[in-house]
Design a protein around this ligand. Structure first.
Ligand code: 13P
Ligand code: SF4
Length: 359
């Protein structure tokens, strides 16, 4: 896809762009609603009518039937989820259409369908429940709904596992192996209960015996931002700051999650930081824009990024600028909105509504 902003929006000064955003918002009144994910740039978050993690934002999108136009400052799968949950009278825009999520793209439908063909020999729909992380394509959400499964986010994964295992024997978890694994361990499973399905290999690179025994089959996907963190970063941080509190996102590998003081969704991290007393040293293993914003919000706490060196930026979240937002708000009538085909939407909505119900 090619996308370039008209020159007028590329060269305008930040103050002018901010004024134009304010004016466009005032003109649109209640008919426009801006959702901003926690990883967005600070100047975008400033304009969010709601700021949150992917679960909170999808809930707000589902509940906010009054706003005719939803501007989702996040990545593509989030805007798709909002479009699936919104009414026919609402239209959803992604201000920078190039903002995707590489992890969501790691579970391609052809590979998923091929894997499911094999898993039908191990019980299929009767025994295995597909569970898709919110970070997935609408098509995968549709597949999940069609097979009796549901969506999870990092803030409701525990409840989703409970639901899954009360209804079926096994889970097939997409696309983030780390969130799937960390939630499995928290649920009380053993490492040997979980296997990773490598979609580039025959039979997922697994033996039939492994598939038969597994309680969770994890898709081999990962987030390149969160897999930057290592147990060594934790060890070094604790040596430097013996009283440090370390909080990480569950997309980090288990060796990191297990050594941290706490782990959870972006909202969990925000609440965790809020609760620490002034003067605390707090190391965070997640996306850098959120960490920097928390640092600005709590100048009385020493908040820093866990690795100290890797600059864990989500380049896709970072794509959306005030230039994009100004352009989108002023020209949305000429911009292609997010559209999910009706046949995909029906089952994807079922999977998302199940998620909202089991939280
Ligand atoms: P949350 O569900 O915590 O918002 O995370 C979304 C995400 O993309 C994390 O990398
Ligand atoms: Fe995707 Fe990782 Fe960016 Fe989250 S941080 S949107 S999982 S690439």
């Amino acid at each position: 896809m090619y996308f370039a902003l008209p020159e007028e929006y590329r060269i305008s000064a930040p103050d002018e762009l901010k004024n134009r955003i304010k004016e466009a918002k005032t003109k649109l009144g209640n008919s426009a609603f801006i959702l901003a994910h926690h990883y967005q740039r600070a100047e975008i978050v400033e304009f969010g009518d709601a700021v949150g993690d992917s679960f909170a934002l999808s809930k707000i999108a589902a509940e906010n039937a009054n706003a005719e136009y939803i501007f989702f400052c996040g990545v593509h799968f989030m805007a798709e989820a909002a479009e699936i949950l919104s009414t026919d009278k609402q239209t959803v825009f992604l201000p920078n259409p190039l903002a995707g999520c590489p992890m969501a793209d790691m579970a391609e439908m052809d590979d998923v369908l091929l894997a499911w063909e094999t898993l039908e020999n191990f019980g299929g729909d009767k025994k295995i429940m597909p569970v898709s992380y919110m970070n997935s394509t609408a098509a995968l959400k549709g597949f999940t709904g069609e097979h009796g499964g549901l969506i999870c986010t990092s803030s409701n994964a525990d409840a989703v596992y409970k639901y899954g295992f009360s209804n079926r024997e096994k889970l097939f978890f997409f696309p983030d192996q780390h969130l799937g694994y960390n939630t499995g361990i928290k649920y009380g499973l053993k490492p040997e209960d979980m296997v990773v399905w490598d979609f580039s290999l025959d039979n997922g690179g697994l033996t039939n015996e492994q598939l038969d025994k597994a309680k969770i089959i994890l898709w081999k996907g990962h987030c390149h931002v969160h897999t930057n963190f290592t147990a060594k970063h934790i060890e070094e941080t604790r040596m430097k700051f013996p009283d440090v509190k370390i909080v990480v996102h569950p997309e980090c590998p288990h060796e990191v999650v297990k050594e941290a003081d706490a782990f959870g969704s972006t909202s969990f991290i925000v609440n965790f930081v809020e609760k620490q007393p002034p003067g605390s040293n707090i190391a965070i293993g997640t996306e850098i824009n959120l960490i920097n914003r928390l640092g600005m919000l709590y100048p009385d706490k020493n908040i820093f990024e866990l690795s100290g060196t890797t600059c864990p930026v989500c380049a896709n979240m970072y794509r959306t600028t005030i230039n994009d937002l100004a352009y989108c708000l002023e020209n949305f009538k000429d911009i292609k909105p997010i559209q999910v085909p009706e046949d995909v939407k029906v089952n994807a909505r079922i999977a998302l509504e199940r998620m909202l119900a089991v939280h």
